[in-house]
Ligand binder design. Structure first.
Ligand code: ZN
Length: 199
């Protein structure tokens, strides 16, 4: 890398900081950018800066947004009686990609992790309970992950909502679609059996 002129070395160094990009890939990307037109390079540079300048958190669901409210919260055709609680914006995007959910979201910003010093005050739980109190939500779907922390967070929220007039559900976990039972770990298989439904 030291054989490249300094601007290229800096580009390689910057690209190599991105997750999943080693120095070899960074070098390849840098050479690719160098070969592209100036227009393409400017468009790429501008889109990186624009993302940093324009993207903020939706004031309602805390998803990624380019306005006070995100596109999902602004969309009047979504079912506002259903609220799906997830850990991070990427989880919301994953559910959106599935096309299986037409309600609204609430992003906690993480999970309860007492060992790492993350308590209820560190997540957007107060905002969640305020929304549930004020906005005609009938069902809260707890879609935190199936890690110990994800389960603990879902249980905590379910307990807090116990006295309220709202249905609380947990996403099912178990055998993946197309999965072969003999390759599935015991814990996943146990969850699949526990979460079985009548056909
Ligand atoms: Zn939103």
């Amino acid at each position: 890398m030291q054989h490249y002129p300094k601007p290229i070395r800096e580009l390689i160094r910057g690209l190599a900081k991105l997750p999943g990009i080693g120095e070899k890939t960074a070098e390849r990307l840098a050479i690719h950018i160098l070969r592209n037109s100036l227009n393409d390079a400017e468009a790429l540079a501008n889109s990186i800066v624009t993302v940093k300048q324009k993207i903020r958190l939706c004031t309602k669901c805390f998803g990624l947004s380019d306005d006070v409210l995100c596109e999902i919260c602004r969309d009047a055709s979504r079912d506002a009686s259903l609220l799906c609680v997830v850990e991070q914006p990427a989880d919301m995007i994953a559910i959106e990609k599935s096309g299986a959910f037409k309600g609204l979201y609430h992003i906690l910003g993480g999970n309860l992790a007492p060992m790492e010093g993350v308590g209820p005050g560190d997540l957007r739980l107060r905002e969640l309970f305020e929304r549930i109190g004020a906005q005609g939500i009938q069902e809260v779907i707890l879609a935190t992950g199936t890690s110990v922390e994800g389960e603990a967070t879902a249980t905590y929220i379910a307990n807090q909502l116990g006295g309220r007039n709202v249905r609380t559900s947990r996403i099912a976990s178990g055998v993946p679609v197309g999965g072969d039972l003999k390759y599935i770990d015991q814990m996943t298989l146990k969850c699949a059996l526990d979460g079985r439904h009548v056909m």
